[in-house]
Design a binder for this molecule. Structure first.
Ligand SMILES: *Cc1c(COP(=O)(O)O)cnc(C)c1O
Length: 459
């Protein structure tokens, strides 16, 4: 230490004006506006000033130009980009859950660019209601008296509880106070809605008599949550929706949160039974809530079905305005629902259903072709038996038999990371030190891009 207070070396950072006038900056100024270059440069200067240790040559104009170029390029990058899902998790929550059917895409595109009859009654030539758009189809498909579409299922629950139980009690079994996905807890949703959570029973057993005891004058609703993302086994008991409807006998509404909106019989997909909204309404649920982008295979939405007087109360609630959906969602949902008018067509055209129904044989044939193509391009790969899953919290223990393309390239973590940085990025799993590709969730039209990414990642 010489103890000197010699002048701060950071003062060697050239001024904005000097850098802008330098030769290094001329190509940048030719492609981006001066204002963008200045803003980026000011950020770069701040960043360089904070760097420890500082760069060797603080006066290096080319360095500033390079950092500004990188910053401008980063601004051009979309953060939301399409990815190839090679994980075999069909409703991958982190990858946007359900891919849409072609008809839904087309419907969205038709209304996206211009104006649409969102809240306009074309027959009457006056204001209409956005809440009518999917209601007719939903009534037809589920037998519900009325229907309402909001932003997602969480919003559907908040709205239902807010409109029907605000300031009063909502009865929920302790065994159904679940957490779903990222910090979504039923208990917190109930509290946020302004209702008081009335917990009854125990984690593994809740009897009809527990509900009966909680039916005081303050009870405003019974909420039954489909335990979609875990199983309780062993010494268990729960009251059925039918029991609850009988107990409530119209005195207070029974709300069934189904989670997934399965509109076809689970058996046609080879899945264990899961209540459809039609069944839930049939056994006496007053309201049913479900997601649009889980097993239904549509856009993100929350669908509320049930008694007309209750749905009307929800529609009148001021919160409804805050939770409403836009024209794009309504267009995509309406087109998706229309496909269900013909269940056979739904199994063919709704990507989620098609991927669930895909047999291991069919996937194996595609996998064999992909492996052969990879080998021809010098990428060693094997076929392996494995399992895909539905994801999105639906059918947690269910394993769908699949055939994986296991890449014989090492190290797996390196290849996996390179796949993620491809354009489009490929998201894959690592199993037993091998990067594994599950073609169940890869559309046939994505296979070329997938191969290209794998060949590049292997190089
Ligand atoms: C997924 C799920 C939700 C939340 O639905 P979002 O559409 O993601 O808001 C609520 N309840 C159950 C039972 C679920 O499975």
């Amino acid at each position: 230490m010489d103890g000197s207070t010699s002048k701060d070396p950071r003062r060697a950072i050239p001024s904005v004006d000097r850098l802008l006038a330098s030769a290094a900056f001329q190509p940048l100024l030719a492609t981006a506006t001066r204002r963008r270059v200045v803003e980026a440069l000011q950020q770069v200067q701040r960043e360089v000033r904070r760097r420890r240790p500082p760069p060797a040559d603080l006066a290096d104009e080319a360095m500033y130009a390079r950092l500004v170029r990188e910053r401008l390029a980063a601004q051009e990058q979309s953060s939301l980009v399409p990815v190839i899902n090679a994980t075999g998790v069909i409703l991958h929550t982190n990858l946007g859950r359900a891919p849409l059917a072609p008809a839904a895409l087309a419907a969205m595109a038709r209304v996206a660019a211009g104006y649409a009859s969102l809240e306009y009654d074309l027959d009457a030539g006056q204001r209409g209601s956005r809440y009518l758009h999917c209601a007719g189809l939903l009534r037809q498909l589920t037998g519900a008296e009325d229907a309402l579409v909001v932003n997602n299922n969480a919003a559907a629950l908040v709205l239902a509880l807010s409109a029907l139980a605000r300031g009063r009690g909502a009865i929920v079994s302790r065994g159904e106070l679940v957490e779903i996905g990222d910090s979504f807890r039923i208990a917190e949703i109930v509290q946020k809605s302004g209702a008081t959570l009335v917990e009854i029973g125990s984690t593994n057993r809740t009897h009809l008599s527990d509900y009966e005891k909680a039916l005081g004058p303050d009870a405003a609703a019974i909420l039954k949550v489909n335990r979609s993302n875990f199983r309780v086994t062993g010494f268990t008991a729960e009251a059925t929706l039918g029991d609850l409807a009988e107990l409530a006998a119209g005195r207070l509404p029974v709300i069934a949160d189904l989670g997934s909106g399965l509109l076809v019989d689970a058996a046609t997909l080879g899945l264990p039974h899961e209540p459809t909204p039609r069944e839930a309404l049939h056994v006496g649920a007053d309201l049913v809530t479900m997601s649009g982008d889980k097993l239904l295979g549509g856009p993100q939405a929350g669908i509320i079905l049930g008694r007309a007087d209750l749905v009307a109360a929800l529609r009148r609630d001021p919160l409804c305005r805050a939770l409403r959906v836009d024209k794009l969602t309504l267009a995509a949902l309406e087109a998706t629902l229309r496909i269900y008018l013909d269940p056979e067509r739904a199994l063919k055209e709704i990507p989620t259903l098609r991927m669930i129904a895909m047999s291991a044989d069919e996937i194996g044939q595609r996998a064999a072709v992909v492996r052969a193509r990879l080998r021809r391009q010098g990428v060693p790969a094997e076929l392996r038996e494995g399992s895909s899953s539905i994801g999105g919290g639906a059918y947690p223990d269910l394993e769908l038999a699949t055939v994986l393309v296991a890449l014989d390239t090492e190290p797996a973590a390196h290849v996996e990371a390179r796949l993620r940085s491809a354009t489009p990025p490929v998201v894959a799993r690592i199993l037993e030190e091998r990067v594994c590709l599950d073609l169940r969730t890869v559309a046939p039209g994505e296979e070329d891009a997938l191969l290209e990414a794998v060949v590049a990642a292997h190089a």
